[in-house]
Design a protein around this ligand. Structure first.
Ligand code: MEV
Length: 439
């Protein structure tokens, strides 16, 4: 067993066991960037080169960036943080998050710490099945066309599967087909859905190729004209679920349970609040998607589309169990991969995937769901109690203290005084610093 102890002055003992039984990193946030990276490197077995790529701010070489998109003139950086304390289905995770907003990583880690006391997160995943849409217009008899397409579906599926022998070899491929008739401003239209198991890829390319390939057959059988042939981001067959028990003692008592329930009820009843509620969930999920080189817009679109499927609703739900504890659940489509796209082209995404240690796109989706739930619980708990500004202001104050020249333990001390006095300004930080140093 790969078990390591780190004795630190700041904390008592930090236990790290690679994907093992216990791995809390209390005080992780108080370490220097270098020391944090050291811990993560040990946990994930990062090579010296990988460590250098993370810290050198040259992780994405310009030649690689130039091949990723068009008209490249540089690269653009964002902070990469690590969410700690995540115990998901009995496995320990350090979750890489790329995000510009303060407090998000801390909030996720904090919620995950509370969830641990209820056993951590349990998760579930349907299958990595994406939907490819073929729009068929000018269909004279849509019902008959639908009948004929369904009757001939094996021919269409067979043709689709000629596109990607590698995917078939890996156990994926076009699995099934469905036909819908929709009402549009141009009257009835036929929409054929290819249901494609894309295994560990995000899958948009594979699906789009199949749609283009089979569209002429669909046209011939339906007697209509195939028009759009494109993946749907509303991936209802690629759903991740997570559940966590937040024991009332672990989260601040009955009042907090009640506050979170009422905050959830607000989102359930009001789309204006619900948009922000779901945004908070995506703070976590998108940060993980960016870190792993995934198309986070696709996941965002899927999540909000899913939330709106029966009137815009929260992606999370909360209940109180027989002991008065809070049980949170989330259900969200996650169309994200661990191969293909930028996941393997961007060296930083590769390193993040290594830190995360997921072995399949399904595992990535399950972690994303747990992270989304943690993020949402943290936000509701903060909003229903002290509000979120204090945490934000503390972080802001730390930055101001650093800008004023504070170092080491001076940073927290100066930040604390500025927050207490309600004066978070560089000139005040400098004044406090001189006093502290006895100048
Ligand atoms: C801020 O980025 C996210 C929150 O507004 C989410 C929420 O209100 O639930 C705090």
């Amino acid at each position: 067993m790969d078990f390591k102890f780190f004795d630190l002055a700041l904390t008592k003992i930090i236990y790290v066991e690679r994907r093992g039984y216990i791995m809390r990193l209390p005080g992780f946030y108080k370490l220097s960037v270098q020391d944090r990276l050291k811990k993560v490197a040990e946990f994930a077995n990062l090579s010296e080169e990988e460590v250098k790529a993370l810290i050198s701010s040259a992780g994405l070489p310009i030649e690689v960036a130039d091949r990723m998109i068009e008209n490249v003139i540089g690269t653009f950086e964002l902070p990469l943080g690590i969410a700690t304390n995540f115990l998901i289905d009995g496995k320990e995770y350090l979750i890489p998050m790329v995000i510009e907003e303060p407090s998000v990583v801390a909030a996720a880690s904090n919620a995950a710490r509370m969830a641990r006391e209820g056993g951590g997160f349990t998760t579930d995943f349907t299958a990595p099945v994406m939907i490819g849409q073929i729009q068929v217009v000018d269909v004279r008899n849509p019902e008959s066309a639908r009948f004929e397409i369904l009757r001939n579906k094996s021919e269409i599926i067979e043709k689709a599967n000629e596109c990607d022998p590698m995917l078939l070899k890996l156990g994926g491929g076009c699995r099934d087909l469905e036909v819908r008739i929709i009402d549009s401003i141009f009257g009835k239209m036929l929409v054929v859905h290819l249901l494609v198991d894309v295994r560990d890829a995000m899958g948009a390319n594979a699906v789009n190729t199949m749609c283009e390939k089979v569209a002429p057959i669909v046209g011939r059988i339906s007697g209509g004209k195939p028009l759009l042939r494109i993946v749907s981001n509303l991936s209802v067959y690629r759903i991740a679920r997570a559940k966590a028990l937040f024991k009332k003692e672990a989260i601040g008592g009955e009042e907090v349970v009640d506050g979170v329930m009422k905050a959830y009820a607000f989102a359930e009843a009001d789309p204006f609040r619900c948009a922000t509620h779901n945004k908070g969930i995506m703070n976590g999920i998108s940060a993980l998607m960016i870190a792993t080189g995934n198309d986070f817009r696709a996941v965002e679109a899927g999540a909000h589309g899913y939330a709106a499927i029966r009137g815009y609703k929260p992606l999370t739900k909360y209940e109180i169990n027989e002991n008065g504890d809070l049980v949170g659940t989330i259900e969200v489509p996650i169309s994200a991969g661990i191969i293909g796209g930028a996941t393997q082209v961007n060296p930083l995404a590769k390193i993040c995937l290594k830190i995360l240690g997921v072995k399949s796109s399904g595992e990535l989706a399950r972690v994303a769901a747990a992270l989304g739930l943690a993020q949402n619980f943290a936000a509701l708990r903060a909003l229903a109690t002290e509000g979120i500004q204090r945490g934000h202001m503390e972080l802001h104050a730390r930055n101001v203290a650093i800008m004023a020249g504070a170092r080491g333990s001076e940073i927290d001390r100066i930040a604390e005084l500025m927050v207490k006095d309600g004066k978070i300004r560089i000139d005040y930080a400098k004044e406090l610093l001189s006093k502290l140093r006895g100048e």
